[in-house]
Every structure is written in structure tokens, then in C-alpha cells.
Ligand binder design. Sequence first.
Ligand code: NAD
Ligand code: UDP
Ligand code: UDP
Length: 317
Amino acid sequence: MARTLYGRKRVLVTGGAGFLGSHLIDRLLERGDEVLCVDNLFTGDKRNLDHLHDEPRFEFLRHDICFPLYVEVDEIYNLACPASPVHYQHDPVQTTKTSVLGAINMLGLAKRLNAKIFQASTSEVYGDPLIHPQTEGYWGNVNPVGIRSCYDEGKRCAETLFFDYHRQHDLKIKVVRIFNTYGPRMHPADGRVVSNFIMQALEGKPITIYGDGSQSRSFCYYEDLVDGFLRLMDNTPNNFTGPVNIGNPNEFTIKQLADLVLEITGSKSELINEPLPSDDPTQRCPDISVAKRELDWEPTVQLREGLEKTIEYFRNI
Ligand code: NAD
Ligand code: UDP
Ligand code: UDP
């Protein structure tokens, strides 16, 4: 038991310098926990943690989770992994290593400490889904040898490892499948669609729609997502492990997203079409009945409101 002298919980967040990890850390600190952030700063940015410089309950460790880590904590949130297709395809071997070796190391750490461990999995485990919306019972339609496979198969293998450590070693696990999430602290050059469109609109550059823009995604605001994380991690009475979809079930085409960004920013940027990357899923939308039932969770921030806040953030950086 790694509780501090003062009885506070010690929480490890891997990938804590990234978009979602840094927001999660804020919520954990707000409620009084001690937080150790482990990040190799591949896609993360220490500026996401600048406001915590004088926070004595916060500590940062630069470390790659592909290597073993010996620390003492009570709970682990494993978020380390590049999430943008541009970033995870930049060094695909490292992406698979982070998902698989990183998971083994963090699970080994959790096993030694008997600590509860949370895995940030993804809607990409469903690949280019053939059923719609996606339920947790769907096994997916994933290309094992394509350009997205390093991420999709890495995250699928990580889920397998989490469930095997649970069955074999009785480890307490929590697995969330995150659907497209956006908000402040996304890196402006992150390459994902929301940050790309907002930056292009604000800079008066052409909005790059890959393909004809008819493919769909369902966009969740980060506050709702982090709320779902905490509900899952803290939901101990019925020992619910997941996997559970967390995302906003309101679905939009990429063309609709572009039009909304133009409307809110008032930008005169033109829309241009670029080639659709291979294996780009044509549709994606979470069925969130499990999250509603098990966690009493559903999103509260809709796309227009979330985009307004995100655009405001990007205007000011
Ligand atoms: P992000 O790129 O902003 O954050 C990922 C963080 O992990 C970065 O700080 C990066 O430096 C760090 N990292 C990468 N490899 C590492 C390694 N080997 N060792 C230590 N740190 C490492 O992305 P994000 O959107 O905050 O995503 C966080 C997690 O959520 C990821 O696991 C991602 O797969 C998952 N996820 C996110 C979304 C989304 O829409 N944002 C959707 C599905 C899943
Ligand atoms: N590990 C770690 N920190 C720990 C304990 C384990 O990083 O506190 C790593 C170590 O590299 C180990 C891996 O987690 O190889 C898996 O641990 P486990 O106990 O499951 O298996 P082992 O390989 O030790 O038999
Ligand atoms: N996309 C786009 N223009 C961009 C970036 C992305 O049209 O500048 C499309 C991309 O092809 C995909 C969708 O937007 O169909 C979501 O892409 P993102 O990279 O955000 O995440 P994904 O859901 O594909 O992992």
C-alpha cells in the first residue's frame, strides 16, 4: 500500500502530458489525490502541465513505458500512446511497442502493487465497423497488415493482456473504449480532424477534407469523457471491468463538421478535398447503453458548445 503519510491516494497517469492525460490529472488533483505523471513527451507537451509547477502533490517523470518502471502507487491510469493517425503512423513499430510492451510493464507494476489499473482503449478496436452503432459485444473488422494496424492491433492486444491479467492474476482492471474526443490542449499540429479544421479556419487556410467528407464520426467533449473515466475507475461495488464505450452518440459527417467550424469561426476558408487515407473507417458511433446502465453516464456537452470552447482556446494560443 503506497498511501502517503497523510492517507492520500497516489495515482500514476501515463501519457499525462498529452491532451486527455493532462485534463485527467487536473481532476485527480482537484479531488485531493497525489499524482505521478509519466510521459516520454513524444506527442505530449510539458506546457499542458505548466500550471502545476507549484503543486506539491504533483510530480513529473520523463520515461518511456516500453521500459520497466518501479514506483509505488495505489492506482494506475494507462493513457500513454500517440492517438492521432499522423503521429501513430510516424513510427508504427514504436506504437505497437507502446501499446503492448507498455501494457505488460504497467500490468506487471499493477500486479506487484495489487493496484487497480485503467486502460485507455479505443473505438479503433472495431476497425471499419460493419455494425452500427458499435456495441461492446462487436468484435470488429480490423485489417491486421494496414497502416492503422500498429494502433488498432496494439490496442486490441493490450485489451487481451488486461483481461488475461484479470483472469490469471485476479488483477482489478478497468477498460474504456474511447470514441473521438476533442477540446482545449489538443496540439494545434496534432493532425486530427477537429484541431486541423479549427487551425485551418482560424488561419484562413483551406479546410482539408479527406475523401468526399461523407465518412462519419461522433465527437465527445473532453470534460464528459474524463467524467466517464472517473466513474468507471471508482465504480467498485459491482466490480465492473468494462470494456465500455465512452463517447458522444451524436454522429456527424466530416463535411458537416467542416461547415460547423466555418460557421462558428466566421472563417472564409475554402473546402478542398484530399485523398482518403487507406483503411479510414467510413462510420463510427458508440452505443452507450452499457455506460448508461453501469456508470449512470452520458455526455452533456454537444458539438456546437464544445467546438465554441475549443475554438476560443485555439484563438488564444
Ligand atoms: P496525446 O497524443 O495528446 O497523448 C498521448 C501521450 O502519451 C503523450 O503525452 C505522449 O507523449 C505519451 N506517450 C506516447 N508514447 C509513450 C511512451 N512510450 N511512454 C510514455 N509516454 C508516451 O493523445 P490523447 O488524445 O490524449 O490520447 C490519450 C490516450 O487516449 C491514448 O492512449 C489514446 O490511444 C486514447 N484515445 C484517445 C482518443 C481521442 O479521441 N483523444 C480516442 C481513442 C483513444
Ligand atoms: N514490471 C515493472 N514494474 C514492476 C513490476 C514489473 O515495470 O513493478 C514489468 C517487468 O518488466 C515485467 C513486466 O512488468 O517483465 C511483467 O511483469 P509480470 O510480473 O507480469 O511478469 P514477469 O515478466 O516479471 O514474470
Ligand atoms: N480528416 C479529414 N481532414 C483532416 C483530418 C482528418 O477529413 O484534416 C478525416 C479523416 O480522414 C477521418 C476523420 O476525419 O475520416 C477523423 O480523423 P481523425 O484523424 O481525427 O481520427 P480517426 O477517427 O480517423 O482516428
